[in-house]
Design a protein around this ligand. Structure first.
Ligand SMILES: Cc1ncc(C[n+]2csc(CCOP(=O)(O)OP(=O)(O)O)c2C)c(N)n1
Length: 344
């Protein structure tokens, strides 16, 4: 008779195989999640050491981002990120060096030439739209991109991310309404970590699942466990395929955990119960996914060490590179703000 353990492995294997994913795909997802985490952790160390002014973190959101980004065509499609999209922008093509250049606000920073706040990622070559600071504005921007793709018949789709608090903005609702009427090829992602800075979700809205709001716009809405990479991938794939078929947008709400404070400027112990902060550790997507890979026999100790050694080298290299890189010339501080006769 088959042992309980063997049956468990078989069930796990059939889960990713049923989605058309092989072990190597899962290892790629894990690599990006772990790279994002390691870069993020380094950013906090640099901030605490007084080398950079501010950090806003993606820790706890990596599983949702890996699941969504794996479902798109990362060369063809557009991505409109928000400040927690560390894993997502890495998967879309940005390098650890580029993220660190933006953190240090160096001249070579591809996001803004050192002009934006940290966490405001953007990269024209990788079709990542530059992030705007007012939360919510990225949704209409994404709909604009998707509408253009539809008119031009390029076959591209656009994915956009936001947090739960951002869905209270008028922009968010207007974007869903316009996109559903015009069947724009867009996938609306909400990374719901239950807080908008210190404001819990129940003080922000009267619904438990943000995805139910999709009904008001006549589009499909999904709520999915954002710490379960494969569950997110399955849902995102459906949404991406629907957009690609020309059937319009979907709303994908990923319930995630915010493992850090909102940013380096607050202390979440002041407004979150200590038991809650302990409990969310058990659904850390990186740990959950690592266990999955181990149980499925995809990642053993040697593979784990190999991946993490590579990541440590990449993070060290990115830190040194960005720290030594030159700052922008102060005389160019207003570039891209005011018109320059002979400007770039
Ligand atoms: C229009 C606007 N209002 C307020 C802010 C300040 N602000 C920055 S992030 C944030 C919280 C957003 O929370 P949520 O959308 O839940 O995302 P999370 O940070 O939890 O991922 C706020 C209020 C802002 N950037 N823009």
């Amino acid at each position: 008779m088959e042992s309980k353990e063997a049956r468990g492995v078989r069930e796990i294997e059939s889960r990713h195989q049923a989605l058309g994913l092989a072990g190597e795909h899962l290892l790629e997802m894990y690599y990006y999640m772990a790279l994002a985490r390691a870069l993020d952790e380094r950013m906090w160390v640099l901030q605490r050491a007084g080398k950079v002014p501010f950090v806003i973190s993606g820790q706890g959101h990596e599983g949702a981002q890996a699941g969504v980004m794996y479902a798109i065509d990362r060369d063809l499609d557009w991505f409109v990120p928000y400040y927690r999209s560390v894993c997502a922008v890495l998967m879309k093509g940005m390098t650890p060096r580029e993220l660190m250049l933006s953190l240090f606000a160096k001249a070579e920073d591809p996001s803004s030439g050192g002009r934006q706040m940290p966490g405001h990622y953007g990269h024209p070559r990788y079709k990542i739209l530059s992030t705007s600071s007012p939360v919510g504005t990225q949704y209409p921007h994404a709909v604009g991109i998707a509408y253009a793709a539809k008119v031009r018949k390029t076959g591209e789709i656009c994915v956009v991310s936001i947090g739960d608090g951002g869905t209270s903005q008028g922009d968010w609702h207007e974007a869903l309404n316009f996109a559903s009427i015009h069947r724009c090829p867009v996938v609306f992602v909400v990374e719901n970590n239950g807080y908008a800075i210190s404001v819990p979700q129940e003080l922000q809205m009267a619904v438990r699942d943000i995805a139910v709001r999709a009904q008001g716009y006549g589009i499909p809405g999904y709520t999915v466990d954002g710490s379960d990479v494969l569950a997110v991938y399955a849902v995102a794939k459906e949404a991406v395929e629907r957009a690609r078929r020309g059937e319009g947008p979907s709303l994908v709400e990923c319930k995630v955990v915010r493992l850090t404070a909102h940013s380096s400027d607050d202390r979440q112990e002041k407004y979150r119960p200590v038991e809650e902060l302990e409990a969310i550790r058990s659904v850390d997507p990186l740990v959950v996914f690592r266990h999955y890979l181990e149980r499925a026999g995809i990642m053993d100790e040697a593979k784990y060490t190999e991946i993490h050694t590579r990541i440590r080298e990449e993070v060290d290299d990115a830190t040194t590179y960005a720290e030594l890189a030159p700052y922008p010339d102060p005389l160019t501080a207003t570039r891209h703000v005011y018109f320059e006769e002979n400007g770039e």
